[in-house]
Each structure stands twice: as C-alpha cells, then as structure tokens.
Write a protein that binds this ligand. Sequence first.
Ligand code: GLU
Length: 505
Amino acid sequence: MSERKVRVRFAPSPTGALHIGGVRTALYNYLFARQHGGALVFRIEDTDSHRFVPGAEEYIIESFKWLGIKFDEGVSFGGNYGPYRQSERRDIYKKYVQVLLDNGKAYIAFDTPEELEAKRKEVPNFQYDASTRMSMRNSLTMPKEEVDKLIAEGKQYVVRFKIEPNEDVHVHDIIRGEVVINSSILDDKVLYKSADELPTYHLANIVDDHLMEISHVIRGEEWLPSAPLHVLLYRAFGWEDTMPEFAHLPLLLKPDGNGKLSKRDGDRLGFPVFPLEWHDPKTGEVSSGYRESGYLPEAVINFLALLGWNPGNDQEIMSMDELIKLFDLHRCSKAGAKFDYEKGKWFNHEYILMKSDEEIAQLFMPILKEHGIDAPMDKVVTVVGLMKGRVSFIKELWDTCKFFFVAPTEYDEKTVKKRWKEDSAARMTELADLLESLDDFSLAHQEEVVMKWIEDKGYHMGNIMNAFRLTLVGEGKGPHMFDISAVLGKEETVARMRRAVEVLK
Ligand code: GLU
C-alpha cells in the first residue's frame, strides 16, 4: 500500500458556495499530495441535477485560485483521467452498473414512490433491505420476462445494491482507527436511476475513485456513515486491493462548541463562512467572504490548517511550505474543532505584520482612492509602517490613519476639555513659529529643537505634547508626535497648528 503513488481528490458537488469546512478538506488534501509528491484531482460531483446551482463550479475554482491551493488535474485543469465532471461520465457509470447487475450484486427495482410510501405506513421502521426486498417489486421477485417487458415499455426503475445482512464491515480510518458496523443496519442503496440515466453519489464516487486511481480519500466527517457502504461496493466490484485508505476529518464546530458550524452562525456572530462573497442566484442573497472582508489568503490558510490538526508543538504561524512539510493525518483530531473566529482575526493581524510595508501599502492604496485620497506611494509606505501594528484588517487602516491624509475639521470635545489649557493657544503659536523656522524638518532634528525649547522655557512637556497632538490629529490618539509631523511635512504641520489655534483660541 505504501508503494502506491499518492493520488487524492477534492470532489465538491456544485450546490452553492463552498463552505469553509470544504476549503479545509481541500487544503488537507493539497498538503498531503504535495508532501508525498502526489497529485490532487479536482472532480465535480454533479449527478444530482436537482441540487445543481449555476456559477458554483466557477466560484469554487476562483476560491482556490485566491487561496493558492493548486490542483494537478481535473475540471478546468485537464489530465489523463477525464472527463472529471460526473455528468459527462454517464456511459462509464452505466457500464459499471451493468457489471453489478451481471454478477448479482445489484438488482432492478420498480417500486414507485407511492408504493414505497404505502410500505412505510404499513411496516414500522421500514427499510429496503434483506428483510423486506423479497416482498417488493424487483428483479429478485419477478420473472425475467416481466422485468424485460417493463423496461422495454419504458417503466422507470432504479438499481439497488444488494447488501448481505449480518456481516461486520470494517473501515480502516487513518484518523479514527478501525470503525466497524454491521451490514444489517444498511439499506439497499439506490445506485442508479433510469429517470435521469444517472448514478447516485455512492456509485459515481466509488467508480471514479477507482478509475482515477485515488490512493487516499480525505474528506469531512459527514461522509463517515457512507464509508461502510463504500467498502462493500469496492468488494462487490472486486477492487479491494486498490481500495483507497480513508481519513475522515473532524467537524468544524460553532465557536461555543455546541454543534456544527453553519452559515447562520456566521451571520449571527458577524464572520464569513465562505472564502469569497457569494451571490445566491436563486434567492439573490449576498453572503460575505473572507476575501472581501479583508483577509489575506495566507492568513486564512494558516488559520484553517490548525482547525483539527496541530504540528505537535505550539507553533502557530506556518507558511504553506512549512505546512506541507509538517502536515500529518495521524495528528488530526477525532473530536470536532471549534471555529474560533477571533483567532482568525489574530492570524490576519500577524500576516499583516509579516508583510512588507510596501505590500500593505499596495493593498491600502485602493482604499485611499475610494476615500478620494491621491497620496504618493512613499508617504503611504511610511504611514503603513507606523500604523499596521494597530490593525487586524487593511481596511481598518483608513480609520486609524486618515489624519495623515485629511486635516481635522473638528476637534474632539472631551480631548479639548482635558488637554487644551489657558495658555495652549499661545504655546502652539510659539511652537508653530519655531517649526516654521526649521530648514531641516526631519524627525530627529524637530525632536531635538523642540525638546530644547521646552526645557529652555521651562514649559510642561505633557501639556505641550497633548496640545500639539490635538492640533494635528483632532483628538488624543496616534503614534509618536514627531512621526506625525515628519510625515505631514512643515507646511501642513504649521497650517494645521495655526488653524487649531484659530478655532480653539
Ligand atoms: N461530492 C461530495 C461532497 O460534496 C464528496 C464526498 C467525498 O469526498 O467522497 O462533499
């Protein structure tokens, strides 16, 4: 088994936006594939035409492009195992359904929805299985001629998997160990429907994993209940030697740990559960995305990687390359992972700090433009360098930094009351004159001259600095004063001071 070339797949059904849990599944598949020099396949499982949502496939592809998760093969990527969209593989599935019919592992059933409903009413806890199948209308209970006749007449039917009862089915799961269930609890699952000539998820999934030579099935915990059925299907086909290994990932839980994370939790608590903003084509509803909310893709990747896995120590910041080296399915937890949204913000903050001031300035530029500010790049880079440590999102830079780009028109009342003294107007006029007289307006020189002036005059340092801040910022916050005045430059600094004196007197 270990000799086998690693081939894994991410196989979403295009039923809407990709949930953040699905993104994590794809990420783990990607890390696993890269680490083993294997291939990651992108397969679209669209055999349920009722649930198809236009645009979903494109949305999923764009999401991974943004996140930097690359596929080696699949829909839109090409490869030698295609087509990779299940709706384009009808003939393949038909052939394999016939294989199961021919070797007696499956049978044809004509029971109509009404007949099934009537049975459910008649028999408590009715399940279509070994205990009931012989009382139903199917190819096990009807003469062959009649079956052929009904099919020739165009009667609709399904193909059901004939599950042998009373057998322990073992699923080897890399994360969960040995999972055993008794086959008697399984029903004779529908594998194929004549109505749309399409297989169901179970059959298509197994046939494709086999034909695409998938070595490991890494997927969400919600698929664990299907795994015994899948094991039985591999056996029915005689493919047990190439059966993939399973790893069912832990659920993503609500922030308080009570139940599965849902889109509603995101709406309620104000965080996205989708990678990109999603416009639902049916309802017109718009759901927020990590990209549009101002997340850096690297931060999202790092955050998701640690939801259900850890490297065995308390290292938290890891690049994609490090994750590829360190990731280990054996270190994934069985227990669900709480979705700690605050932690996600913290990661974003850390990644903003790690990026160069130039990179962050590039991302901040469009936001400045939106606010009508056309500032030179070197100024934006300096401001970002001073202020990026204070934000978790790039868009927060606007509120934090806008005084660098627009002069205050109002002065915060509380700060004025507290900081603007009897003599502040006189002192600020004096300081403005002093600053205006400087040829060298560098931070260091300003600081030296102003400190000396305060000392010589015996002024109160705190009072001067507080009033100075109020004139330039309009309130009592911001970085070191001379950082601000150096960025603003002499002309703007002096103008702001004189205007404040005018207004506050
Ligand atoms: N189409 C399934 C989904 O939407 C794939 C499950 C699996 O990976 O087997 O998640």
